[in-house]
Design a protein around this ligand. Structure first.
Ligand code: BGC
Length: 814
């Protein structure tokens, strides 16, 4: 029996070797040596479909296709003929992610796609019989990276993440994500950057450039308008052409044009009636024709809809792939609904991507990326991401006299590196605030450490959470109540109280913007009352993925530090900031509303997932985030672009290269550190454009720059460039980006509300900067169209009432 097994395995190995090596001696065209079109011309129909549809969960090769199949037990070579250890094989050919077959006879190698968001999510212990572990680094989430407003730093994170991808033998990383934070409840907001398309596009471009500089691919996602998790595979986002172009597509457009990602992943949702993956207007007209994209377009995992429609619309690769999809394509080809020739253009994109991959180049992954160096990158990025929201009477940095900290709340002993789902950050260990402050030299109150650590340990034991589930079990478990008498006992043995509030949302659920529980608010209130009575300070640390409600309880705290979900090193960085070793320089990439009802999409965002409608009307149009709050005079708890520092900055010498715009304009400004501590400042350029026939937000972000670390008294001159496109709004009626004639005001701010300097320039004649295709319109009239027609109330086709706020716009516009 054993001998038989050995014989079978031996035969399999031999067959695989023959399959792999036969290509070199073959007279057939070989990918990499011969023209891509000649390789495509040599495929059989079955081979074409085998490549266009990923391997799928079953990992069963399509009948009749001579693929190299690493999933057969016993084969332990890769498709370059290199012998792999069993665990390496499992890392490089994971069962649950994306894999494109190889066709050895034509020199076509396999491709592995993975994860991801804040880290790779490979199984750290793929072979349980081995003692070897393969850990990855958890970097800050996309929202936290956007909060750094530091493109160079984000690129560095991309390089580290790309390096882990390369060294673990993966070819394409399924990240980064960049949909707009339309509503703070969206469970996946932590995977996305911002409510602003420019910031989203620039941060994503930096990340993609970093990842791809390592010779692996990035796949930006989820294209497009993927702004809710409720009914995630079916909901229909109904968006005006203007809001689409200006808000929801703009970040992707920037990322495509500025970083050329190897792949774009379409989303699960529908957009104006079509699944995004089935929308020829979105994929073929906008992405290919208008943006000139020549990379690979892939579907999100097991998205619903029709394989044929996706292929016809311009999705090149169906992932992770399934036999029913192959069958559907074969049937359509047989019945003449699809022409075999039309498959060739998809294969071209697939093969061109394969040619760039490390697997194709024969790269031997080390399986030992420099995790210590990457941890340092993760920590550096976190140190620029955290945002100081409140700092009464210079509570922070803590004075040198502060020796002992009282760490209240379960989250002080468990820091969530990220949200949950496929975009989560996995690491061997995540540093808690408790560990961080101890490492930084503070004493902690032992009683609290023991009590909360035991509480967390019990929560885990009782829930039987494994390592994976722990990430959500502790944050989602109710806070441990603590009596005022117990709190009072801690005052005399500590100098300052720290309370960490942790909230975790994630893929599959719109559980963001969760209000603090009664137990959490009670804890903050009681600790504050007791500590304040003794003249001691209270600091609240927020370990959250996106915007939460703060206004109702913030008065209790002396200082609030928004630590986000900044990866595995979070606790160290909180300690650095408390101590003053790091001066916070993060600023909000998203508005923090006072109450949920203030959010412009609150009325249309699904409130009750069980009864959510299929259609999501984006009635707020372009008025998302600060564009809404600032234009309509709605106060926020903390506005877009806001963030405190331990020092102060003075802005001066605003200069425009010209006061009349022709093609380009450069803007310079001087930023000086006028305080007592070294620090970095993010200066933001907002542009107020003239209003002629269509409404515009009071101003919009058109540029940003972060200074280097300025010593007290030191200055830096920052430069911003405005091109024709940055002056425009999208006019749906003529499908064009138009810069209206009139006076434009450049506003340089420390936030979207804290405008420090202003200067004007004019455009003498209306410029039609770009004329595009009249595509992607909704089949109901939405706000922008109604507004210009002077209609104020309207019922759309499914009976939802839309109120047009034109009068409000006029009244509130400054
Ligand atoms: C997610 C994607 C992810 C893919 C593979 C899907 O469920 O929506 O973001 O890349 O799974 O993990």
């Amino acid at each position: 029996m054993r001998a038989e097994k050995i014989l079978i395995v031996g035969l399999l190995l031999l067959t695989a070797q023959i399959l792999i090596t036969s290509c070199s001696s073959s007279s057939q065209p070989q990918l990499g040596k011969d023209k891509v079109k000649d390789v495509i011309a040599s495929f059989t129909l079955e081979e074409k479909i085998a490549l266009i549809v990923g391997v799928g969960d079953g990992k069963t090769p399509p009948p009749g296709v001579p693929v190299f199949n690493p999933y057969i037990g016993g084969i332990s070579i890769d498709d370059n003929g290199r012998t792999l250890k069993p665990d390496e094989k499992m890392l490089r050919f994971p069962r649950n992610e994306g894999y494109i077959w190889s066709i050895p006879r034509l020199g076509v190698k396999s491709t592995t796609m993975h994860g991801a968001g804040a880290s790779l999510t490979i199984d750290p212990h793929p072979d349980i019989s081995s003692s070897q572990y393969y850990y990855v680094t958890a970097f800050p989430t996309a929202t936290s990276l956007a909060a750094t407003w530091n493109n160079d730093l984000v690129k560095k994170v991309g390089e580290a993440l790309g390096n882990e991808t390369l060294e673990y033998g993966i070819d394409v990383l399924l990240a980064p994500g960049l949909n707009i934070h339309r509503n703070p409840k969206c469970g996946r907001n932590f995977e996305y950057c911002s409510e602003d398309p420019l910031l989203s596009g620039k941060i994503t471009s930096a990340m993609v450039r970093g990842i791809q500089s390592m010779g692996v691919g990035a796949s930006i996602k989820h294209f497009a308008a993927n702004n809710q998790e409720t009914k995630r595979r079916t909901y229909n986002a109904i968006i005006s052409q203007r809001a689409l172009r200006e808000i929801y597509l703009r970040g992707f457009e920037i990322a495509v044009k500025e970083s050329n990602p190897w792949a774009i992943m379409t989303s699960y949702n529908k957009l104006n009636g079509f699944y995004t993956a089935e929308s020829p207007e979105l994929l073929s007209t906008v992405v290919r024709q208008e943006w000139g994209y020549d990379g690979l377009i892939i579907t999100d995992w097991s998205g619903w809809g029709s394989a044929v429609a996706k292929i016809r619309a311009g999705n090149n690769l169906l992932m992770p792939g399934s036999q029913p999809e192959r069958n559907e394509l074969l049937l359509a080809l047989k019945n003449g609904l699809l022409d075999e020739k039309s498959l060739d253009k998809h294969l071209k994109y697939i093969l061109e991507l394969k040619l760039k991959t490390p697997r194709f180049r024969g790269y031997t992954p080390s399986l030992t990326p420099d995790l210590a160096a990457h941890a340092a990158v993760s920590r550096e990025a976190a140190s620029e991401a955290m945002v100081l929201l409140k700092n009464s009477n210079s509570t922070l940095p803590l004075s040198k006299e502060v020796k002992t900290l009282a760490l209240f709340s379960k989250a002080s002993y468990f820091f969530a590196a990220s949200g949950t789902g496929s975009g989560e950050g996995k690491a061997k260990h995540t540093v808690s605030v408790n560990e961080g402050v101890k490492k930084a030299g503070f004493e902690v109150v032992k009683y609290l450490e023991d009590t909360y650590s035991k509480f967390n340990a019990d929560v885990l034991v009782n829930s039987k959470a494994n390592d994976y589930l722990k990430r959500r079990v502790i944050p989602q478990h109710p806070e441990m109540p603590m009596s005022k008498a117990t709190i009072a006992q801690q005052v005399s043995v500590s100098d300052v109280a720290i309370i960490t509030i942790g909230k975790v949302s994630g893929e599959g659920q719109d559980n963001g913007y969760e209000p603090l529980s009664e137990a959490e608010v009670t804890l903050i209130r009681d600790v504050s009352e007791v500590y304040h009575a003794d003249g001691k300070k209270v600091v609240v640390v927020l370990n959250v993925g996106a915007a939460i409600e703060i206004a109702s309880w913030r008065d209790y705290a002396d200082a609030i530090l928004l630590a986000w979900q900044t990866g595995q090193e979070g606790g160290h960085v909180v300690a650095d900031i408390l101590k003053g070793d790091i001066n916070p320089s993060g600023k909000l990439p998203t508005s923090f509303p006072i109450a949920y009802a203030d959010v412009p999409s609150a009325k249309t965002f699904p409130a009750d997932p069980a009864n959510a409608p299929e259609n999501s009307f984006y009635n707020e149009g372009i008025y998302v985030g600060y564009r809404y709050y600032n234009t309509f005079g709605v106060p926020t708890a903390y506005e877009f672009g806001y963030g405190l520092s331990y020092t102060t900055f003075e802005y001066s010498d605003l200069k425009l290269s010209s006061t009349s715009f022709s093609n380009k304009l450069s803007v310079t400004v001087n930023v000086k550190n006028t305080g007592k501590m070294a620090g970095k400042e993010v200066a933001q350029l907002y542009l107020a454009a003239p209003t002629t026939s269509i409404e515009k937000p009071v101003h919009e972000l058109k540029g940003y720059a972060k200074t280097s670390l300025l010593k007290p008294g030191e200055s830096e001159s920052l430069t911003f460039e405005l091109d024709r496109r940055s002056l425009t709004s999208f006019y749906s009626g003529i499908s064009s980006w138009v810069a209206d004639e009139g006076s434009y005001e450049v506003r340089i701010g420390a936030s979207s509300k804290d405008i420090r300097l202003k200067a004007s320039f004019s455009v003498s004649k209306r410029i039609i900067v770009e004329k595009l295709n009249d595509v992607l319109y909704p089949n109901v009239m939405l706000q922008e169209e109604l507004s210009s027609a002077g209609i104020t109330r309207y019922k759309n086709s499914v009976g939802d009432e839309i109120t047009v706020r034109e009068a409000d716009v006029k009244a509130n516009k400054k």
